[in-house]
Design a protein around this ligand. Sequence first.
Ligand code: UDP
Length: 332
Amino acid sequence: MAILVLGGAGYIGSHTVYELIDAGRDVVVADNLQTGFRQAVHPRARFYQADIRDRAAMDRIFEEEQIEGVVHFAASSQVGESMTDPLKYYDNNLCGTTVLLSSMVAHGVDKIVFSSTAATYGEPKRVPILETDPTSPTNCYGETKLAMERMMGWVSRAHGLKYVALRYFNACGAHPSGAIGEGHNPETHLVPIILQVPNGQREYVSIFGEDYPTKDGTCVRDYIHVTDLAQAHVLALDHLLRGGESDVFNLGNGVGFTVKEVIDAARAVTGHPIPAQVSPRRAGDPAQLVASSERAKAVLGWAPRYDELETILSTAWSWHRSHPNGYEEEKA
Ligand code: UDP
């Protein structure tokens, strides 16, 4: 039996495929390669170029492969873009998941682990955030992810599907082997953007807003190493395959860093001055998001290994330094 990873050519998906294969799983990857990269797919995974909105393509995979569980990353994930192009988020994230779940139900595949986000909470009333805290997204990305969680809930009641939603905080870093890392085109995430400066691709970092109610006025986020996130997917899948119940877990390190602190840490790691300039706020950004991940530790046995910001940034820097154009140059 195999595990189907949708979006397995993307950043968190590709790292999860590496962890699943290391854990001895047979893995099938499907990705439309709109934002993912073929080079990021583990050489031992079977690859289908397919879009989750394409029902015939999903049916074909479930018919050709013996799938016992699905890990679902195939979604659009940029806060800023979701505010200017919300229909893209409804289409890719919600319509896509509707098609995927319809095909799973039709083929009797009843276990799914999927990417949710801290953006489901919106502006939290307190930090660290617990899974039971209210959800009130401030951006369309978080809204569609919350709707995906709820869709799973109703499908679970009607058809017996079991799901685990993993609410990620800020994924960053790269595989410790240096084999894969964080490549987006265009790049919008803070850590890779910062590292473009010492890599000579950008003159300075723009800090989106300095008037938030935080210690230095810049947004606070909980940065978590992508390999630790990937491990949580392996554990969540084990939980479902053992007959565990549907559940929702936060995944973060429980420590918040401001944008300025992340830039400072990157200066220390790279030895580069990394100039920064304050620019206007980005629409949809909550002031602070910090996780309590105690449930994931207690229920799944999750134990993050790369929880120091400097370690996270060092792994990111070693990948970016050796891949200054991400995966793009490998295409040439
Ligand atoms: N950010 C920034 N400059 C950038 C990119 C991001 O100041 O060029 C800020 C952004 O406003 C947010 C934090 O960095 O407060 C993390 O943003 P990112 O897009 O990496 O992740 P998100 O929190 O949106 O998931």
